[in-house]
Design a protein around this ligand. Structure first.
Ligand code: ADP
Ligand code: ZN
Ligand code: ZN
Length: 817
């Protein structure tokens, strides 16, 4: 007798294991790893889960439930993606379900929390439907929106997915994950001239007949000139060109123009002018040869090239090669929106093979990209960290641009993964090559190169031999003593800006706003508006005139009176980019100033517009945060100013020096990229800090030697591994005791390793939860890392066994950034 078939499935939930379900006989043939199935989990809920394993081992301890149905006709991912999820779950101490949640676009994750909605574009009838489907369709056409449990009631049965699936397939219904994230193909109207009138003679007759309808003739003329030869034209284009919607519709009514609806891609295909890949210069060509040699030996390669050395040109050559071998390419870049220029260049060289995976894309667009990678319509994907999870078929090359960038690490929510590190695992699953590139490599990667775990290739010169900019320090101590300043700006800096702008050149000013944005202060009593849920002051946003908490998102109207003493002496303190923009406007009347930071790209106008305006020299001075330090290439910028380097250096984090160095070098790299040498002015009161010597000489090697010495001295990565544990609870007593007890438990179970804490973090309360920190320093080298992580988990489980700690929330961050 045939044995029953079972599947082990991954649910998109934080569950510690896989679950086994039985498969009805009639569905066994359809099974495949990587397909989604609908299952019931818990009392009521339905989920779309991924098949991870198909087998015939009947579980001994329980009777498995049946799966309800199989969703996909073909797998949406392969065992390789599942292996990557498993690796991430085990390394970053989370569950595979949590990784699945991060990996899949929302529309692929339907559950019984989902709602079924009427497809707004469905126009047909549904008399042909089967009974139950008909009932559901009718209910939906009236109610427009029905929850899963209502469907179960309406159909009077538990397993309703077959009917739901059928309606979705026929375009009658949609699953609504979140209100604005329905997956439906985008449909557009086209018009075509009736075949009869495509004959010249008939057309002539038509024009005669229409001689009284001048407007319709006009529309037809537009149609003929726009559609030339191709006949089919987007209706919207015709309406726009003729600015006459009703005449267009009249022609459609008369069957002169035939209207058709077609599915179009949501992903706008920019008009792609094609561009040849540039030839490499001698140094680049030599670097390419070295990289190729390392790739032959399957070595992860670190490309360290100064800003402007043409690293992207080397990427392009490597991509060419991968494509020639019929392999796919993944290019990871930090914050995708920050490198518009790079994406445009890629599309010009590689055309429609390039897909972009954007954090701003909605779920439908992401599903479309997902499918195009799966079906190899996209051979090159450029994306931010989550592009790692796309279902590549045959990956040949992974490039991580600006590999030092901290945005590769997801800090919240779980999985708290580092995409650069995961990309090496991904590549090994595909036997693909990996190139990590940066002008200022992370200390971790540089250390790996030093230990020969990575191969290393250098580019020393800027393309076209433009010299690196001159770096000048402005000693703010002296400036203050001699009163040579106006607000936050030394006269020296102001004079330099004036001179550069007078020469019709452009300036970038960098102001790190972290912790230094604006807040209100009552000058009478010292009161500062604080968040009622978090231990931080509220940030003042002048543009929209409100106060906001940057930790929990709480917003409130701006205050005009002090809440504590009632006086109206509230003054704005701090020094954010918005304020800089304002002050500069006052200092330089007539000079065009713009701002690039998170608020500006959300509020005023998009990121691309700000960049475009600056590039077209419609703006003289661009003030910005980190955003201005990355990947931008403006030919006319000859001066960069760092307004306050001190706050970069005093950040309480073992990586502060590394970050400060990377930031200053990167932002300096924006100066003088084409013909002319640039100048960088850094305002600081710590001129004797060694880091400035390295920045001035663009000397990464000395910076590395200096910093690696400190890390060794104080036993920090790359000499050990860190696991950061946060204990949170709404009662301060409980959090204190739980944190102390957990620290003890960890010390007992993981000997040999250093456990620090508990400590109170600088922001010790967020969203009404008190926070305590525990830091584990784990030795590197030949140790059983997985074993230690297991022990940590056990310690946490033990803690949760104690009654009063049941609701204590524990967050684990492996390799925190
Ligand atoms: P990086 O990424 O190393 O900072 P880019 O790749 O952005 O440097 O190159 C810097 C500038 O030099 C860009 O304007 C680029 O177009 C130009 N460039 C670099 N290499 C070449 C080359 N081989 N041919 C033509 N232009 C190049
Ligand atoms: Zn007051
Ligand atoms: Zn808050």
């Amino acid at each position: 007798m045939n044995k029953a078939t079972f599947v082990d499935i991954i649910l998109p939930l934080a569950l510690p294991q896989y679950y086994t379900y039985a498969v009805p006989f009639d569905q066994v043939d359809e099974l495949a790893i990587g397909k989604r199935v609908i299952v019931q989990f818990g009392k009521q809920k339905m989920y779309a889960a991924i098949i991870q394993k198909i087998h015939r081992e009947k579980p001994a301890e329980f009777l498995p439930k049946l799966i309800e149905s199989i969703i996909d006709e073909e797998p949406i991912l392969s065992i390789r993606e599942i292996k990557l999820w498993e690796w991430i779950a085990s390394y970053y101490m989370c569950t595979v379900g949590e990784v699945m949640n991060a990996a899949l676009p929302a529309s692929l994750k339907l559950s019984s929390d989902s709602t079924l909605v009427w497809h707004p574009e469905f126009e047909g009838s549904f008399h042909h439907l089967k009974d139950k489907e008909y009932i559901l369709a009718e209910a939906l056409s009236l109610q427009k929106k029905i929850s899963w449990s209502e469907i179960q009631k309406i159909l009077d049965k538990k397993y309703v997915y077959p009917e739901v699936r059928s309606l979705i397939k026929q375009g009658i219904a949609l699953i609504l994950e979140e209100l604005n994230e329905k997956y439906k193909p985008k449909v557009e109207s086209f018009v075509t001239l009736h075949e009869f009138y495509q004959d010249k003679e008939n057309l002539k007759v038509l024009f005669n007949e229409l001689s009284k309808a001048k407007k319709q003739i006009d529309v037809l003329m537009h149609y003929i000139s726009l559609a030339h030869g191709k006949h089919k034209l987007q209706k919207s284009i015709l309406v726009k060109a003729s600015s006459d919607n009703s005449s267009v519709n009249r022609l459609i009514d008369k069957d002169i123009l035939i209207e058709t609806k077609e599915e179009v891609s949501r992903l706008t295909k920019a008009d792609i002018e094609s561009l040849k890949n540039d030839a490499l210069n001698a140094e680049q060509a030599e670097a390419l040869i070295q990289i190729q040699a390392h790739f032959k030996n399957d070595r992860v390669t670190l490309l360290q090239g100064v800003t402007g050395s043409g690293k992207t040109h080397i990427y392009f050559k490597l991509m060419d090669e991968a494509l020639a071998k019929n392999k796919q390419v993944l290019l990871l870049i930090p914050e995708i929106s920050l490198t518009v220029q790079l994406i445009q260049r890629l599309q010009k060289v590689f055309g429609h093979k390039v897909g972009v995976y954007h954090s701003k894309y909605n779920s439908s667009e992401r599903v479309e990209i997902w499918n195009k990678v799966l079906h190899r319509e996209y051979e090159i994907v450029v994306g931010a960290r989550s592009a790692l999870f796309l279902p590549f078929q045959e990956l040949g090359l992974v490039i991580v641009d600006e590999e030092h960038d901290s945005s590769y690490k997801q800090s919240d929510p779980s999985p708290r993964y580092q995409a650069r590190d995961c990309s090496i695992v991904l590549a090994s699953l595909h036997k693909a090559n990996v190139l990590l590139a940066s002008a200022t490599p992370s200390l971790d990667s540089a250390r790996n190169a030093e230990l020969d775990k990575f191969a290393k290739v250098m580019l020393h010169e800027r393309f076209g031999q433009t010299p690196l900019p001159l770096v000048h320090l402005i000693d703010m101590k002296i400036i203050h003593e001699t009163k040579q300043f106006d607000s936050h700006y030394s006269f020296e800096l102001l004079n330099q800006i004036k001179a550069v702008v007078a020469q019709k050149e452009q300036v970038i000013l960098f102001q790190n706003r972290r912790g230094f944005s604006q807040y209100l202060l009552c000058t009478t009593c010292g009161w500062i508006p604080k968040c009622h849920q978090c231990d931080v002051s509220l940030t003042y946003h002048k543009y929209a005139d409100y106060l906001a908490c940057h930790y929990c998102g709480f917003k409130t109207k701006n205050k005009t009176k002090c809440v504590a003493c009632g006086s109206q002496t509230l003054s704005i303190k701090g020094f954010g980019t918005e304020k800089v923009e304002d002050e500069l406007n006052a200092l330089f009347p007539g000079v065009r100033i713009d701002r690039l930071d998170l608020d500006a790209i959300k509020g005023k106008h998009g990121h691309e517009k700000i960049i475009d305006k600056f590039e077209n020299h419609e703006v003289d001075i661009l003030v910005g945060t980190q955003m201005v330090t990355k990947g931008l290439d403006f030919s006319n910028v000859t001066m960069v100013g760092v307004l306050n380097a001190d706050q970069l250096l005093c950040y309480p984090d073992y990586r502060a020096t590394e970050r400060a160095f990377q930031l200053m070098v990167q932002v300096s790299g924006r100066a003088g990229r084409k013909a002319k040498r640039g100048n960088v002015f850094i305002q600081t009161s710590q001129v004797s800090n060694a880091i400035f010597d390295f920045v001035k000489t663009h000397d990464y090697a000395s910076f590395y030697a200096h910093e690696i010495f400190n890390r060794k001295q104080f036993y920090y990565p790359p000499f050990c591994r860190l696991i950061h544990i946060q204990v949170k609870h709404k009662e301060v007593d409980i959090v204190n005791r739980a944190a102390a007890d957990l620290t003890q438990l960890i010390k007992l179970t993981t000997k040999h390793n250093m456990v620090l804490g508990p400590t109170q973090p600088s922001v010790s309360k967020i969203k009404n939860l008190y926070i305590r920190d525990i830091l584990c320093k784990i030795e590197k080298g030949n140790i059983d890392l997985a074993g230690i992580k297991l022990k940590l988990k056990e310690a946490i489980e033990t803690l949760h066994l104690i009654k009063e700690y049941k609701s204590v929330f524990i967050k684990i961050d492996v390799d925190p950034q």
